[in-house]
Design a protein around this ligand. Structure first.
Ligand code: UDP
Ligand code: MG
Length: 315
């Protein structure tokens, strides 16, 4: 069975349509399936819409978060609740074309364990959004050392890969990168990002920046190495300037150079503060992980659960 996980946050207009379109296509292809909508603490009628869809179609299931925990958490909740032999993750705004799902499923049948959806085009986006997303992916690619510029959350994973992901204890999991980190036999499928029909994108530029920083920190310690590099650089400067100052002192021209002193204090001071900030950020992340709070809390479930589901609230 194929489990399709659909994180939904304020998607009242799209839930019904997504359930209809996806189930239509899968039934036509005779693929056994379940659709798991994860309501990520929506403030609109999304949960009612999921209930309605579940009444219409017994393959539809729903999970309700106690508040908004973010898309990554919704994905992991869906994976934890899924009963399928393979699980697909897709957006419920139908920007990920459901037809591609069939293509992914066929590849899985051929023995691929991770099928990654890769964006052929990015669809309609504002210039600012495009620029900020571009910067994010460049940074991510550098940090993760995996080309992320065309990566998406549209993926199909074999049970083995799903279990590997679920076994990871980290709270700050970045699904998109983890799915390639785990390895396994991987295939990619290209798709065109569709235009959003209803509702609006949940990503503001600020939330993208936060997302970028969190995910880079969760996947790479490179920013901390920058601190070491900056430190080395400042030390070299200190040696050169130190020699120069000593030479001046012994040749009796020591009073000049006040500008240099001010500049040095400013530069070193700011580098030290930025470095402390970076280290502080990682300590904060360690603190969060050590607390070991659940990734999400589920307040309600609907739909028939498959055999594989364990009655665990937090995974
Ligand atoms: N989403 C979510 N929780 C959030 C934000 C978004 O579950 O806090 C879901 C949203 O409902 C959609 C998917 O993540 O199914 C992608 O969101 P969106 O379409 O806003 O992002 P974009 O397509 O613009 O990248
Ligand atoms: Mg979207």
């Amino acid at each position: 069975m194929l489990s399709v996980i659909l994180p939904a946050y304020n998607e009242e207009k799209m839930v019904g349509k997504a359930a209809e379109v996806i189930s239509g296509i899968l039934e036509q292809e005779h693929i056994e399936y379940e659709l798991i909508f994860v309501n990520d603490g929506s403030r609109d009628r999304t949960w009612e819409e999921i209930k309605k869809a579940a009444e219409k179609n017994i393959h539809v299931r729903g999970l309700l978060f106690s508040r908004n925990f973010g898309k990554e958490s919704a994905i992991f909740a869906g994976l934890a609740g899924a009963a399928g032999d393979c699980c697909a993750v897709m957006d419920c705004d139908l920007q990920h074309p459901p037809k591609t799902l069939v293509e992914m499923y066929r590849l899985w049948e051929q023995g691929y364990e991770v099928v990654e959806g890769v964006k052929k085009s990015r669809g309609e986006e504002s210039a600012l959004h495009k620029a900020s997303a571009g910067l994010f992916y460049r940074l991510m690619t550098m940090a993760v050392k995996i080309d992320m510029s065309r990566a998406s959350d549209y993926k199909l994973l074999d049970r083995k890969a799903v279990d590997a992901l679920l076994a990871m204890p980290e709270r700050n999991a970045f699904f998109r990168a983890l799915s390639s980190w785990i390895g396994y036999r991987t295939a990619t499928v290209e798709f065109d990002v569709q235009e959003r029909e209803e509702g609006e994108s949940k990503w503001s530029t600020w939330s993208l920046v936060k997302y970028a920083v969190t995910n880079i920190a969760s996947f790479s310690a490179a920013p901390m190495q920058l601190v070491t590099i900056a430190g080395t650089f400042v030390f070299l400067m200190a040696v050169v300037l130190g020699i120069q100052s000593l030479v001046r002192y012994f040749s009796g021209h020591a009073v000049e150079g006040f500008t240099t002193v001010i500049l040095l204090i400013l530069i070193i001071g700011s580098i030290v503060m930025i470095s402390l900030g970076i280290i502080g950020y990682y300590i904060a992340k360690i603190y969060e992980e050590v607390k070991g709070r659940p990734r999400y809390l589920i307040s309600a479930k609907i739909g028939k659960e498959g055999k594989r589901v364990e009655e665990k609230q937090d995974v």
